[in-house]
Design a protein around this ligand. Structure first.
Ligand code: NPW
Ligand code: ADP
Ligand code: MG
Length: 271
């Protein structure tokens, strides 16, 4: 976490494009974008099914919106610092087409975060290679089983590392605990808990990851920090709520990040 610099503008903090939300899963797109905005991303655009356009605008005016077939999307993707693909993308014909566009367009040094339906589409149809080493995979156990072929019961860190080493970038194996892997190093997360076991927690994590990479760069440390902050925000909600609803977790991010950035500055000043 770093405080924001005086000499900066919205472009300094990351251009994020989130490709998400078919007609059934508009909430996934909204939750991902809400998290990205609250975690400090400079500019957020959501590419989604037409049915989600107006709800997203009404719910989150900070985000821009276009549809998957918008003629502007290829250029938006090419100019992005970080692209998220997959939350609630579904497996319809349009999802296949837009995933192909994303995979063909996003290249190093851009970051590509692959989640949810996009992991499933690649597990069943394509190969798991991308054009950027700066890829972050965010599977839950079943998505990881589909992609890696490792049955859930055999998903040990060493088994997971072996497959992680064969695909580009980092893998965030979500669970209790979530473990971030790069094929060699593994970082187990220390925050979070069962109050997060509710639809949309993973969708929210994609937005936090995108915002962190957009602001602080791509590395295993930044990815693990985003995982930690997302679950730490959920812990705060869970301190007074039975379930850590993703929208409440996103609302908690701003205060938590303010405190973390502030405490880092204080430590630096004291040294
Ligand atoms: N509001 C919205 O718009 C929302 C939209 N969403 C979007 O929906 C899309 C589909 O995502 P998905 O995760 O719901 O479905 P899928 O990939 O089929 O996984 C479920 C299967 O895996 C199994 N399973 C085993 N272990 C598991 C584990 N640890 N965690 C989870 N599952 C586990 C599980 O076993 P069972 O429960 O049947 O025993 C079941 O057989 C995706 O794009 C997502 O972004 C959601 O985020 C919800 C809110
Ligand atoms: N028992 C648990 N302990 C810690 N974290 C959990 C627990 N259950 C769920 N989570 C977290 O919730 C998220 C679930 O992700 P995912 O299944 O992709 O959600 P969705 O697709 O519904 O948004 C992950 O970040 C995971 O670590
Ligand atoms: Mg998910």
């Amino acid at each position: 976490m770093r405080p924001r610099q005086e000499a900066s503008y919205k472009g300094t903090y990351g251009r994020i494009v989130i490709v998400a939300g078919d007609v059934h899963f508009g909430g996934a797109a909204i939750m991902s974008a809400t998290a990205a905005v609250n975690a400090g991303a400079g500019l957020v655009t959501v590419a989604t099914a037409a049915a989600n356009h107006a709800p997203l605008h009404a719910r989150l005016p900070e985000a821009m919106v276009c549809t998957w077939d918008d003629a502007l999307l290829p250029e938006l993707l090419a100019r992005a610092d970080v692209v998220v693909v997959g939350p609630g993308l579904g497996d319809g014909a349009a999802a296949h087409v837009v995933l192909e566009l994303v995979l063909a367009t996003v290249t190093t040094p851009q970051t590509l975060i692959i989640d949810g339906s996009a992991i499933d589409l690649l597990a069943t149809g394509g190969d798991a290679q991308t054009h950027t080493e700066q890829t972050v995979w965010t599977p839950h156990s079943m998505e990881w089983q589909r992609l890696s072929g490792i049955p859930i019961a055999k998903q040990t860190v060493s088994q997971n590392q072996e497959f992680a080493a064969t695909i580009p970038g980092l893998v965030v194996c979500k669970g209790a605990p979530t473990v971030t892997l790069d094929g060699q190093r593994a970082i187990a997360n220390s925050t979070g808990g069962p109050a997060m076991a509710t639809g949309g927690s993973g969708d929210t994590l994609t937005g936090v990851l995108a915002a962190f990479i957009g602001q602080f760069g791509f590395s295993i440390e930044v990815v693990a920090a985003a995982v930690w902050v997302h679950s730490a925000a959920a812990d705060r909600v869970a301190a007074t709520h039975y379930v850590a609803l993703p929208t409440k977790v996103s609302a908690e991010l701003g205060t938590l990040m303010h405190e973390l950035a502030d405490s880092d500055t204080t430590e630096e000043e004291e040294q």
